[in-house]
Design a binder for this molecule. Structure first.
Ligand SMILES: Nc1nc2c(c(=O)[nH]1)N=C([C@H](O)[C@H](O)COP(=O)(O)OP(=O)(O)OP(=O)(O)O)CN2
Ligand SMILES: [Zn+2]
Length: 122
C-alpha cells in the first residue's frame, strides 16, 4: 500500500510577473493557498507515515517567509519569476529538509485563487 498525506496553509502576498505581456506584469496581490503532500509505503510503530505536526510546523515557517511580502524582493524570487509554478517548486525544495526514512515530499500545489493552481511533483 502507498500512503499520501497533505497539509494546507494560506498566505497573502504581492507579486508582479517579469517579462509577462499583460496586466500581471503590474504589481498585484493574491490570497495564496499551498498544499504539501508526503508519500511513503512504510508506517512507524504508531501507524504514522510522518507526523502532521512536523509538516504543519515546517510549512508554516515557509509560509511565514512568504506572507505579507512583495515576493519579487525576496530570495529566490528576486531572481526567479514568482509564478505559482516557481513558488510550488521553492516550497517543495524547502520541505525536503523534513523528509524521513519513510516519508518523502511528493507534491506541492499552489493556488493563486480558487480557480487556478499549479502542481509540482517528484
Ligand atoms: N501558468 C501561470 N500563468 C499565470 C500565472 C502563473 O503563476 N502561472 N500567474 C498569473 C498572474 O499571477 C495573474 O495574477 C493571474 O491573473 P488571472 O488569472 O487573471 O486571475 P486574477 O486573480 O487576476 O482574477 P480574475 O478575476 O480571474 O481575472 C497569470 N498567469
Ligand atoms: Zn498574480
Amino acid at each position: 500500500m502507498k500512503y499520501k498525506l497533505s497539509v494546507t496553509r494560506s498566505f497573502s502576498s504581492a507579486h508582479c510577473l517579469r517579462e509577462y505581456k499583460g496586466r500581471c506584469e503590474n504589481l498585484h496581490g493574491h490570497n495564496w493557498k499551498i498544499r504539501a503532500a508526503f508519500y511513503g509505503i512504510e508506517l512507524d510503530d504508531t501507524g504514522v507515515l510522518i507526523d502532521f505536526t512536523d509538516i504543519k510546523l515546517h510549512l508554516s515557517k515557509i509560509v511565514n517567509y512568504l506572507d505579507h511580502k512583495f515576493l519579487n524582493e525576496i530570495v529566490p524570487f528576486d531572481m526567479v519569476n514568482p509564478t505559482a509554478e516557481n513558488i510550488a517548486a521553492f516550497v517543495l525544495g524547502r520541505l525536503k529538509d523534513i523528509e524521513t526514512k519513510n516519508a518523502k515530499v511528493c507534491e506541492v500545489e499552489v493556488w493563486e485563487n480558487e480557480l487556478s493552481s499549479a502542481v509540482v511533483s517528484m
